[in-house]
Structure formats: structure tokens, C-alpha cells
Design a protein around this ligand. Sequence first.
Ligand code: FE2
Length: 280
Amino acid sequence: MLTRRRLLQLSGGVAALGLGGGAAYGSLVELHGLRLVRRPLPVENLPDAWVGRTIVQLTDVHVGPHVADDYVLRTFDAVARLAPDVLVVTGDLTSDERGIVEHAQRIYAHLPAGRLATLAILGNHDYGRDWKDLAHADALVAALSDRMRFLRNESIEVDGLRFFGTEDLWSEQLSLRTTLRGIDPDSPAVGLVHNPDAIDLGGWGGYRGWVLSGHTHGGQVRPPIGPPPMLPIVNRWYASGEFEIDGGRRLYVCPGVGHAIVPIRINCPPEVAVHTLLRA
Ligand SMILES: [Fe+2]
């Protein structure tokens, strides 16, 4: 598992590499050059009413000391203009700092609502110190629950389509067994899991649908060849994009909105994903 210290070492290396023009470009241009990525989301046995509806995915916003509040608010405006049927926030809503719960409450007060639902899961940064401060996570959830419904190893049905969401992998609270309890593998569902490494865990049962993830930031810096050097995941295939997994699961890893620790994105623009549902 990638420790905070190792992540800082990697981040420092990348920062040192990028002290030339690349860093200036990444900091000044691409860091806030948000892309809207529109993609189909084919779901087996999708109810008629859901065909053509949109799930807008916001991930890794990282409200806190590293990401400018006005950029986050502009991103929320862009999401509002998309008028999502469901808005999902797939973790790392925050970066830890003194007073982050109050800061997050001020910013997320401006989060637009999905027409049918606004759902969220926590990412490792939302658990505070060493990713394992459950009191911190509980305080954050309590502060933001008037804006979004958090799924913490549980599922919820929205107009005939089930959404499930897990606790974060690094918090050591993630339980697929608890999350998927009572879910019929043949009924339509969409999963929210912050860290894409969780797709390789045992315990998925017969689930064959989509899992929407974030966590990687796409690596923040993508070299022309080879994987990004700064990837906080074990399975380095899952930097960003779409993956077919053994057992029929499908994974989408969104590079996300914000950044952590190093204010840099090179060849890896921030993204909001707009998933349009269709029948598989
Ligand atoms: Fe993140």
C-alpha cells in the first residue's frame, strides 16, 4: 500500500522534474482546464425510464489547501448547466487541513443537486490522518449530508435503478459483502468505489455492472510513453479510462477535478464525466 510518506516522495520527484516550462503550463493552464467527457454507460436490464438519463460524476475535488475555491465553484456551475439526473461524487471531497469540515461545508453548500439523487462516497483523504480517522469521516459526512446522500458500504434504489457505494479501501472499512448484501446480480445497478484497486478484490459475487472510480487523478502527469509515475494504486493499468474486468465487471476511472499535494497536471487535464445510460 502506498503510504503518505511514499506519496510525498513520488510527488517531490515529479515536482523536481517539472520545474521548467512544463510546471508553469501544468500549474497555470491545465490545472483548471476542465474537460467534460461524455460517454455511454450500457447497463443490463436497464428500466425504460432510465434510457438516455445522465449520471454526472464528480471526483477528487479536494476542497482544502491545494485547490482554489473559485475553481471548484466554477466546476459546480458547469455541473449545474449539465442538469444531471443523478450526480455522483466518488470520493476525496476534501484534503485535510485545520478547519476542513467547516471549509467543505461552505463550499459544498454550492453543489448543485441531481434531479433524482445526489450520491457520494468517501475517498482516502476524507478520513483524515493516515486515512483512518473515522471520527473525522463521520464529522465530514454529518456536515455535508444535507447536500448529498453518502453510501458507506450500502446501496439505495433510485426510481428502479440501484446504486451502491463503499467505504474507501485505505480506510480499511471497505466491505463488499456488506455493500452488496441483498443485491440480485441480475438486477440493474451502478457501483461507486473510490479506489480502482478494489475492483480486483474477492467478494464481488456475480456483480457484472459498472463501477465508477477516481482516486488516481490520472497520475496528474502523463509521460508520452509508459504509465504515469505518480499513481497511488497497485494495479497500474487503472490510471484512467475504461476497463473490462474478469467476471463481467466494468470499471471507469475518472481523472477527477482537483489535485493533491503537488499543484500540477501535465497531459492530464481535469475531468467531469457525463455518463449517458443505455440498455446493454
Ligand atoms: Fe484524490
